[in-house]
Design a protein around this ligand. Structure first.
Ligand code: MG
Length: 369
């Protein structure tokens, strides 16, 4: 066999956050991820990762392992470069479960870059050579968040993503204090994570607009399409869909309904890079710019998002910061480090992951060959 997948390894990992990370629906202290390694029969191997969110896609590390148990045995022997074909096969084997599929998709893209001996972003579009990312401020009191904002700016960040969606009055206060603290040159975007009613959202966004907010993510519950349309019509701040858009089909539906100004793509919602590119293309044709976001990925999943954002013109914003919020580091050498808010790409083929912490990674739970 030549150009074939020889072995697939599955490693569940638990990564602790630096501090409890709170957003509107609740707080997290650790991220339960699943790392995948795909080994080929020609000396190349690829790393992938799932960072499932039960709240967003209904997946957990356990369901990811179960789904991979259905998919992985079928991939052994297949050509790893036939990504569209493998994506179709995965969808035929199991419905939904995009994070599990993303782990495979990301590893295949790593293999693709390594096979053609180039950094991934260069061979899937190569639009930019570095990517500006924001850093997220989890929900705390307005004063504490303003302190966190000042610290982030001191660390070099040029863009802040401010989590809101708890109490509209207090949320306005959060944004006001943060803007006053960081001055006018820092980009501020907000994310309510479905926490407001349409009425609350319209009121809060009208009050916040004087603080120069770039866009407001997911103001209302994902399933409330009518509410989202109402907010978009009455908001002076552009509205971005996150939890409302997982797939290319969702993107078409929301764009047709004129429900959004922007879309937040996440590899864990789309099922990986391949479908994320389709969402970006659909949105581009409709004049809708995209952001690339993240769940609780380590440096592996974040590298995948960063390569995609560098490759694709219509991914104009990046919220790729979960590896920075995590205390536990999985990657020892390589990955996309941040300098002055910019994700930089090392001259390493594929995703640019050179060495993992083998103690944190542990032994594979499952090996398919
Ligand atoms: Mg969001």
């Amino acid at each position: 066999m030549w150009l074939g997948i020889q072995q697939i390894e599955v490693y569940p990992v638990t990564l602790a956050y630096r501090e409890p990370f709170r957003i509107a629906p609740g707080a997290s202290t650790e991220s339960h991820n699943v790392v995948v390694r795909i080994i080929t029969d020609y000396g190349v191997c690829g790393w992938g990762e799932a960072s499932p969110s039960e709240r967003v896609t209904g997946e957990t590390a356990e369901t990811v392992v179960k789904v991979l148990d259905k998919i992985a045995p079928k991939l052994v022997g297949m050509c790893p470069l036939r990504i569209e074909n493998i994506v179709e096969l995965m969808d035929n084997l199991v419905a939904g479960n995009p994070s599990a599929k993303a782990a495979i998709d990301i590893a295949l893209h790593d293999i693709f870059g390594k096979t053609v001996r180039k950094e991934l972003y260069r061979v899937i579009g190569g639009y930019r050579t570095e990517v500006l990312t924001d850093i997220t401020l989890g929900i705390k009191s307005p004063k504490e968040m303003a302190k966190d904002a000042a610290k982030a700016v001191k660390r070099g960040f040029k863009a802040l993503k401010v989590k809101v969606g708890v109490d509209p009055e207090e949320d306005v206060e959060r944004v006001r204090l943060i803007r006053e603290t960081v001055g006018d040159d820092i980009q501020i975007r907000i994310d309510a994570n479905q926490g407001w009613t349409p009425k609350q959202a319209i009121q809060a966004l009208n009050k916040m607009t004087k603080y120069n907010i770039q866009f407001a993510e997911q103001p209302v519950p994902a399933e409330d399409l009518k509410g989202l349309i109402e907010v978009k019509r009455n908001s002076p701040i552009p509205v971005m869909a996150d939890e409302s858009v997982h797939s290319p089909e969702d993107a078409v539906r929301l764009i047709k309904a004129e429900a959004v100004d922007l879309i937040n793509i996440k590899l864990m919602k789309s099922g990986g890079i391949h479908k994320a590119r389709k969402i970006a293309a659909i949105a581009e044709a409709a004049g809708i710019p995209c952001m690339i976001g993240c769940m609780g990925e380590s440096e592996i999943g974040i590298a995948a998002g960063a390569h995609l954002a560098a490759a694709v013109r219509n991914i104009q914003y990046a919220d790729l910061d979960s590896d920075l919020l995590l205390k536990d580091k999985l990657v020892k050498k390589g990955g996309t480090k941040v300098k002055n808010s910019m994700r930089m790409f090392p001259k390493i083929h594929g995703l640019g992951i050179r060495e993992l912490d083998t103690v944190k990674l542990g032994k594979p739970l499952k090996v398919y060959k």
